[in-house]
Write a protein that binds this ligand. Structure first.
Ligand SMILES: C[C@](O)(C(=O)O)[C@H](CC(=O)O)C(=O)O
Length: 524
């Protein structure tokens, strides 16, 4: 065995103890102090290598933190689009201060096998986009500065000065596998430049948009472990990256497992004497009938209820009150059965196995309370909360945020607006409220970061179609008048896009050549 001297061992111990102390000090900083970790600095120090490299995204993360805290204090919000293209991001910088790297969009534009359904693009798809965008931001910042510094101070006031170093918030989806994949994708995102990462509680591969059924979530414990794993990884890296704890439970209809009693309250069971749903659907297929229709008929006949609803149906008020006094958050189904028996003197008919899907999912009934429970559980380890919605109901949004704020008055929230939401009045969206929705969410609910992930599909597609039609119909005459002249004159928009402007980096290349040939920087 290799000989290790006492000096070596003591130096190693000192370096470890120093590292523990440094982590403890770091956790007391204004950015970190609100996070409540279930592990010690010693655990983190022992998971680190002997050198912790500085994390490239930490400056942007601190900038994002300050920006969002300021919005929180003022009741305003940072608005952005989802993007995957550095060219587009460079134009967003003129109006926006953050950028979102969307998983769905990356699944379309960065993937050799396009598609966003199921979120089944490879786990490193989003990190690669983050890398590309982060580097392009740094490059634009460099070439803008070089251009400015080649001018005298008094001439610089007329030159553009955009903040291209926009903090990137990246879609971590569901973590893409077991905890080790979640750790790896977190590491890649933070190392490649993400200032914020969001993680959700969806089941891997079950984010489906077309079937008309709600989504599938994982048990509360699995979601909590994902959030914990991300924070652990960021702590190992010493990264300031913000953690957005997204919860996709709104309108979820399935849960993968009933391993966590905290979910039992929301699992649906059959209360009638029916065959298992899968048997009924298989019988329909074998006999040449529609499995979907068989499913619909089965659901109508099974008396689907949560266990509490089943108890309420067979009780009088006194018995139900007695039952309710016995149960609370996290009471398991078997404890609920015992409490129901004690209250009513009988067993309550309820079977959550019968409705299970082909993949083994259980049927699930979410409420705003379900989302709040999950969000509160992971709040101490995360920086923002985000309830993801398929079709938003204003009353639910209000209830969710107000309940969260009653527990955590300082909490910051994130929100994604959909691209196909009807905003019906029946869901609380008066025209006035829809018009001012972003401002209302910021002021009344603390939603400091709001994204429209669909713009690059809806808005950019619309512009491209419009221009394609014009170009094919009008040729260079139309192009000259309607696009080139506007772009080159940069009126009314400051559109970038030709080599005479510093945007293309020509001046930066010239400056490299000049510097190599020994020229001193001249400030024109
Ligand atoms: C925000 C989102 O995660 C995305 O990938 O852009 C998607 C967008 C969408 O599918 O509407 C999501 O909200 O799940």
């Amino acid at each position: 065995m290799q000989y290790q001297s006492n000096d070596f061992l003591e130096a190693e111990q000192k370096s470890f103890d120093d590292s523990v102390r440094a982590i403890e000090e770091w956790w007391k900083t204004p950015r970190q102090q609100h996070i409540k970790r279930p592990y010690s600095a010693k655990t983190i120090a022992a998971l680190r290598g002997s050198e912790t490299l500085p994390c490239v995204s930490s400056d942007a993360a601190l900038k994002l933190w300050d920006m969002l805290r300021e919005h929180r204090a003022k009741g305003t919000a940072e608005l952005t689009f989802g993007a995957t293209d550095p060219v587009a991001v460079s134009q967003m910088a003129k109006h926006m201060r953050t950028v979102y790297v969307s998983g769905g969009l990356s699944g379309f534009s960065e993937n050799n096998y396009p598609g966003m359904d199921h979120a089944d693009y490879p786990w490193d798809t989003v990190p690669k986009v983050v890398d590309k965008i982060f580097r392009s931001e740094v490059w634009h910042d460099q070439r803008q500065r070089q251009f400015r510094m080649s001018h005298k101070l008094e001439d610089r006031t007329s030159l553009e000065s955009w903040d291209y170093l926009m903090p990137i918030i990246a879609d971590g989806d569901m973590g893409f596998g077991s905890l080790t994949t979640t750790l790896k994708s977190t590491k890649a995102l933070a190392e490649f430049g993400a200032a914020g990462i969001h993680i959700d509680d969806l089941a891997i591969g079950l984010k489906k948009f077309t079937v008309g059924q709600g989504r599938t979530v994982v048990p509360t414990s699995e979601y909590a472990d994902r959030v914990k794993a991300i924070r652990l990884q960021l702590d190992i890296m010493g990264a300031e990256t913000l953690l957005f704890a997204r919860c996709d439970t709104d309108h979820a209809e399935f849960i993968t497992s009933v391993v966590d009693p905290r979910d039992h309250e929301y699992v649906l069971g059959a209360t009638k004497d029916v065959k298992p749903l899968q048997q009924v659907m298989n019988d329909a297929i074998t006999s040449g009938n529609s499995a979907l229709e068989a499913r619909t008929r089965w659901i109508a006949s099974a008396g689907l209820k949560t266990f509490d609803e089943a108890v309420q149906d067979v009780c009088n008020n006194d018995q139900f009150n007695k039952y309710q006094a016995q149960i609370s958050y996290g009471t398991s189904l078997s404890q609920r059965r015992a409490a129901a028996r004690a209250a009513t003197g009988a067993d309550v008919a309820f079977d959550w196995e019968l409705p299970r899907s082909q993949n083994g999912q259980y049927m699930f009934r979410q409420t705003v309370k379900t989302i709040v429970e999950r969000a509160l559980l992971v709040a101490p380890l995360s920086d923002l909360s985000w309830s993801r919605m398929d079709s938003p109901n204003y009353h639910d949004i209000k209830e969710y945020h107000e309940t969260m704020l009653s527990h955590l008055p300082e909490r910051m929230f994130a929100f994604a607006w959909g691209g196909e939401w009807p905003f019906p009045e029946s869901a609380g969206w008066t025209p006035e409220r829809r018009k001012n929705a972003s401002a209302i969410m910021a002021k009344d609910f603390g939603v400091v970061w709001q994204v429209q992930p669909m713009y690059m599909i809806q808005g950019v597609n619309m512009e491209i179609e419009r221009s394609a039609e014009m170009w094919t119909e009008e040729g260079i005459g139309g192009y000259y008048e309607k696009i080139q002249t506007v772009a080159v004159s940069r009126k009314p928009f400051k559109v970038d896009g030709y080599e005479k402007m510093s945007w293309c980096g020509g001046h930066l290349s010239d400056a490299f050549f000049a510097a190599v040939s020994g020229e001193e920087i001249s400030q024109r």
